[in-house]
Each structure stands twice: as C-alpha cells, then as structure tokens.
Design a protein around this ligand. Structure first.
Ligand code: GDP
Ligand code: ZN
Length: 396
C-alpha cells in the first residue's frame, strides 16, 4: 500500500498528525471488510491534498491487520479504530488498532452506542400502552439513555397529544412529538439529542422510523452504503447493521423493527427497569430487601389507592413472564447450552442448535498461537501475506 500525501502548506500540521494513522468509526461490516468513516471530512482530506476526487465521503474500505486477527480481536460496527497508511487512490486501508469499547449492544451488535431513540406513532398504528411498555423495558435493559419520540402528531387532536404527553410523563418519560408528514423541520430538541452521538433507532413497524431516518440523513447516503454497494449486497439482510452519519455529526444505527421484544431478565431485577419503581425506592424502603413488589407486606412499590401508578399492571404481567421463563430454564438446565436464540428481522425469533462455539474457538486459537510461537514467524511477514489474501478476495 502506498501513501502519497502532498500537504498544502497551510494544512501541513494536520497532514503530519494524520500522515500514517487515521482515526475513524466502523460504520458497516460485511464478510471480512470494514467500512470506516474517518474523523476527518472529505473536505479536510482535499484541503491537505490527500485526495483530489470529487467524492464527498471520507470512507475507507478496510481489512483488519493480521496482528488483530492473531490476537482474536473482533471488530464491531461502532468501534473506534485507527487506519494505517491508506491507499487513497482506491480508498482502501487496513485497521491497525481498536480503541477500548465504552459499551456495546449485542442485538443489534453495535459498539459505543450512546442512546436509544424509541419511535412510536400516536395513531396508525394506534399507541398500545402495553406494547410501548415492553419496548421501554427492553430499552431500559440496555442501561442506555432513552429518548421517546411519538410520531404522526398530525393524526391526533391537541387534546389527545397532551393526554399522552402527561400520561407518559407519569411513567417517567418525557416525549418528543413529530409529524414527519407535516413538519417542515424536525424539532430542535430531537436534533440536539442526536448530535455527536451513536443512536440506535427502535420501535414497531409502520410508525415512521424509515421516514424519520430519511429526513435526518440525506437520501443518497441511505441508498448507497460503502460496503453493501461495493460487494453488491442488500442492506436489510439478517443481523446486518449499518451506521449512517448525521449531517450534524453522530450516527444512526439502522435496525430492522420488531413487534414484540423479548424481555429477558431475572424476576428480582425487573423493577430496575421501571422509572416509577426506581423513584419509589429512592424515597423509601420495602420491608424486605428482596421484595419483588407483588404481595409482600410493607412494600412501598405496590400500587394502591393512595399510592397508585398506572404501569403496576404491566410490571406484574412482565414479572409473571420472566418468572415463568426462569422456571423453564431451571427445568431444562441444558437449553441454554444446546440452543441459541437469535432475533431475526421483524422480531421473529430463531432457535438454532448451538455449535460448541466457545470451546471450539478456545482450542483452535490456542493451537494456532502455539503453532505460531513454535514457528517463530515474523509477524509482519504473516500480516502482509494475510492482507494480500484479503485483497485477492476483493479482486485486487
Ligand atoms: P417504519 O416501518 O417505522 O419504518 O415506518 P415508515 O417510515 O415506513 O412509515 C409507515 C407509513 O407511515 C408510511 O406510509 C409513511 O408515509 C407514514 N408516515 C410516516 N410518518 C408520518 C407522519 O408523521 N404522519 C403521517 N400521517 N404518516 C406518516
Ligand atoms: Zn416492594
């Protein structure tokens, strides 16, 4: 890979800092190729004379350095990485290092996510409180901050909109209301919430998530994504996640919607995921420290006439669900070990036999490392060979 940096005099300092190492964010992965959105803009690259094409993107199609492979370091969408010595003509590069991850989600698999934007519609489809609750609890399980957006504001009266606003404030969630159809501009609060962050957009289908994403991100960016474009594959394949850069900075994760999110948690943990319960427990203690707020005496959470809260019924339903789940699991101690539950598009859940992946990987990596050490191979020679193979795969 060659590097031909010809910095213009006024931007020499920037060019020197970045000459060999370019930080960026992985925005898509397909097979062994990674699309990396560099921190520097296309304008910045042009300014320092690195590229002179009329592309308005600073995205490189990258492979992973052999050393990262040897160390077994996996790269996820959302990872902050360093790309070394890119080939600017072909806009290709190799990822040489991964920054430590702040936080990652496993479904969808995205690293360094800052928040979840939960989108529901006020009408068409009608707002179902219990469905909304399930999505909220599912979002709370990630322990990320949640922004709730109610779309299709144009389809309901002011009175209905205000009622929902007050009702959800009592649940502990402030809401943003939008009408993608009628609003010329999206609410400033929404834009500032998204700015500079990695946000996962979730919600049932039909509520306007794609319409919202399309409004936030210039059309062509959604249609042409670096990896799927180059490798000729579609966007909405199973478990395929991609980040789209917002014009104001930050990224949106484009994920397939699901209708009935599965809530998986221990019964005694469930109460952490209701703001109403968190608030009550901050003010007073239940008599028993392991209270699950069902029928224990001296419970400060249980809803009563003087201490009523709307979602207590939802809490009880979910408590029953997760309790059953736990009982089923304890009756089939091997279920987890032999079966893998996968969320596929539109909330369908796929049960797959689990290959003994961890065990297999552990042995295999160990064996490989041993062989590697015995042979005392020159690391860089191996890297180059592997990179060459990758480039051959790409048809280079
Ligand atoms: P998704 O399944 O959540 O991605 O929803 P879409 O973005 O595909 O939208 C579903 C339907 O709702 C489409 O026909 C949109 O045109 C319509 N829609 C989206 N936003 C609004 C809105 O604010 N008001 C109204 N009336 N319709 C909307
Ligand atoms: Zn209690």
């Amino acid at each position: 890979m060659s590097l031909s940096v010809m910095p213009s005099p006024q931007s020499q300092a920037t060019a020197l800092t970045y000459e060999h190492q370019w930080p960026g964010t992985v925005i898509a992965i397909q097979a062994n190729y990674y699309s990396v959105q560099l921190d520097v803009s296309a304008e910045g690259l042009k300014d320092c004379g690195v590229i002179d094409t009329d592309s308005d993107k600073s995205i490189l199609l990258c492979i992973r350095r052999g050393l990262l492979k040897k160390l077994g370091q996996q790269i996820m969408v959302g990872d902050r990485v360093v790309v070394e010595e890119p080939d600017w003509q072909g806009m290709r590069g190799a990822i040489a290092a991964i920054y430590p991850r702040k936080k990652f989600l496993d479904r969808p698999p995205v690293a360094n996510v800052d928040q979840i934007l939960l989108v529901f519609a006020l009408a068409e489809p009608g707002l179902e409180p219990y469905q909304l609750s399930r999505f909220l609890v599912k979002a709370e399980l990630t322990e990320l901050s949640i922004t709730l957006c109610l779309n299709k504001r144009d389809l309901v009266s002011d009175e209905v909109a205000t009622q929902w606003q007050e009702r959800l404030a009592n649940w502990g969630y402030p809401v943003l209301m939008t009408s993608i159809r009628d609003d010329e501009r999206l609410p400033a609060d929404l834009l500032s919430t998204l700015q500079g962050k990695i946000t996962v957009v979730a919600g049932p289908s039909g509520v306007g998530k794609s319409s919202l994403t399309n409004r936030l991100i210039p059309d062509q960016d959604l249609k042409v994504s670096a990896v799927s474009g180059k490798l000729g594959r579609g966007r909405h394949t199973t478990r395929h996640v991609e980040l789209f850069e917002l014009p104001t900075g930050g990224f949106l994760a484009d994920t397939p919607g699901f209708n009935q999110p599965d809530i998986v948690t221990a019964p005694e943990q469930l109460s952490h995921y209701f703001p109403e319960i968190r608030q009550r427990r901050a003010e007073a203690n239940c008599q028993f420290s392991n209270c699950i707020h069902r029928d224990e005496p001296g419970c400060v959470v249980r809803s009563s006439q003087e201490n009523g809260w709307e979602r207590y019924e939802h809490y009880l339903s979910l408590l029953e669900e997760v309790t059953k789940q736990q009982q089923n699991l304890s009756q089939q101690p091997d279920a987890e070990a032999t079966e893998k539950v996968k969320m596929i598009e539109d909330g369908k859940v796929l049960h797959e036999p689990r290959l003994e992946a961890k065990k297999y990987r552990r042995t295999s990596r160990k064996t490989r490392n041993q062989a590697f050490q015995e042979l005392c191979l020159d690391l860089s020679a191996v890297e180059d060979l592997e990179d060459l193979e990758d480039l051959e795969d790409l048809g280079l």
